[in-house]
Design a protein around this ligand. Structure first.
Ligand SMILES: *Cc1c(COP(=O)(O)O)cnc(C)c1O
Length: 236
């Protein structure tokens, strides 16, 4: 008798994904309530990077509609077919974006969260003109001023936000950050929220599997959660 092929142990089964989603949604709701914020004011971006279409379908079956991917090519391979069956699906691109992928990104995404440098701002403006499509944009701020990390430096953020909005007429709706891994994220979330307030920006993407409750306390409108829903990743 032939043995069944082994299950890919890195990938969770749809039931487990549904259960994780229920737990995460409850934690988001509870954190939102504790922060005296209106129900639903912090949205869950389910980060499906490295996970197969079957895992995303599991999340869709459990009612999740908002997803995040960090690579344009991977998103292009997985999402057009899923959109065809789920027209209300929304996709955020949350990874470093090369300028030569700007057009694909503009074609694919509902929100691009990682506008992190002037050259990319120009490329996105041009891509939007060519594609006739204007996904919303978040500016990524390198709140920890980490040399290896993407993002506009805090000292340059105000000028950059201004240029993107006025000179380039880009649809900037908010800010995003990834705090240094080895620090208390609170200071970074506070700083991002303050900067957003100064510029009248309403969308704040901050908080991941390990710190989303803290982020909600500091005003996150979008939390990006991957491993707590889909399981540990081999990479990426
Ligand atoms: C992978 C990723 C996440 C999700 O991280 P988890 O710790 O798995 O929740 C969030 N934001 C960005 C930018 C990512 O690349």
């Amino acid at each position: 008798m032939a043995l069944a092929p082994p299950l890919p142990i890195l990938w969770r089964m749809p039931d487990t994904i549904a259960q994780s989603l229920t737990e995460i949604r409850a934690r988001i709701e509870s954190a939102t309530r504790q922060a005296n914020r209106p129900p639903g004011s912090a949205q869950l971006v389910a980060v499906s990077k490295t996970n197969p279409v079957e895992a995303i379908e599991g999340a869709l079956a459990a009612g999740q509609r908002l997803f995040g991917e960090n690579r344009v090519q991977e998103a292009a391979a997985k999402f057009p077919a899923l959109r065809a069956t789920h027209p209300d699906l929304r996709l955020h691109l949350i990874g470093p974006l090369q300028t030569n992928k700007a057009r694909d990104a503009v074609r694919l995404a509902d929100v691009i969260e990682t506008l992190d440098r002037p050259k990319l701002a120009l490329a996105l403006a041009e891509a939007m003109q060519k594609e006739g499509r204007r996904p919303d944009l978040l500016i990524q701020v390198n709140t920890g001023t980490e040399p290896q990390k993407a993002g506009i430096l805090p000292a340059e953020a105000s000028a950059f936000i201004h240029t993107c909005r006025t000179t380039l007429n880009l649809p900037i709706i908010g800010l995003m950050c990834i705090p240094p891994a080895d620090e208390d994220p609170s200071r970074h979330f506070t700083q991002l929220a303050q900067l957003a307030r100064e510029h009248d920006l309403n969308t704040l993407s901050m908080g991941m599997s390990g710190d989303f409750e803290t982020a909600i306390h500091h005003g996150a409108t979008h939390v990006r959660i991957g491993s707590a829903i889909f399981g540990a990743r081999a990479m990426g």
